[in-house]
Design a protein around this ligand. Structure first.
Ligand code: ADP
Ligand code: MG
Length: 159
């Protein structure tokens, strides 16, 4: 499987990275966001939502588990499953409806929903590196391959 890596120096660069990811994900996808607390998963999601034309705030759906956004460029669902005790709980949220093919689902802490979540198109992982972050992404499907490639093209233009 292809794997891409990029260094993201600061918060502004993380938002820009998110915008590039958003531009790469038009048409929908399931994206897993891995990395410890405070790595920048929600910051990245903020950039993605900006690319979809969302102007307002992006709050961390820590207690609600999912925040839906109805944007001009399609539906985006931002999950934070950190507090999910049991994957079964996702059924009560009616998550099946969220995973229709043309919605973009960004999922923080996907391991908490194992067995209930669909297979991701793309897995993104954020780790500390120097004063910034190391962002790594790995396509898992043909759709993910297209997104991953587009994202690397856009990030190469950013540096
Ligand atoms: P998570 O959702 O992964 O818990 P958040 O996005 O809520 O993380 O918070 C990440 C914190 O790290 C914020 O304070 C943000 O300013 C900072 N941050 C985000 N991206 C970077 C980066 N590339 N380099 C340095 N700091 C960053
Ligand atoms: Mg978060």
């Amino acid at each position: 499987m292809t794997q891409y890596v990029s260094y993201v120096a600061d918060e502004a660069a993380m938002v820009a990275m998110g915008r590039a990811l958003g531009e790469s994900c038009v048409g929908g996808a399931v994206v897993f966001l891995l990395g410890d607390l405070g790595m920048g998963k929600t910051t990245l999601a903020r950039g993605v939502l900006q690319a979809f034309g969302h102007q307002g705030k992006v709050k961390s759906p820590t207690y609600t588990l999912v925040e839906p956004y109805d944007t001009a460029r399609g539906s985006v669902y931002h999950f934070d499953l950190y507090r999910l005790a049991d994957p079964e709980e996702l059924e009560y949220l009616g998550i099946r409806d969220y995973f229709d093919a043309d919605a973009l689902c960004l999922i923080e802490w996907p391991a908490r929903g194992e067995g209930v979540l669909p297979q991701p198109d793309l897995v993104l992982e954020i780790a500390l590196q120097d004063r910034g972050r190391r962002l790594q992404w790995q396509p898992q499907t043909a759709r993910g391959e297209r997104i991953g490639k587009r994202l690397v093209e856009l990030t190469e233009r950013m540096v």
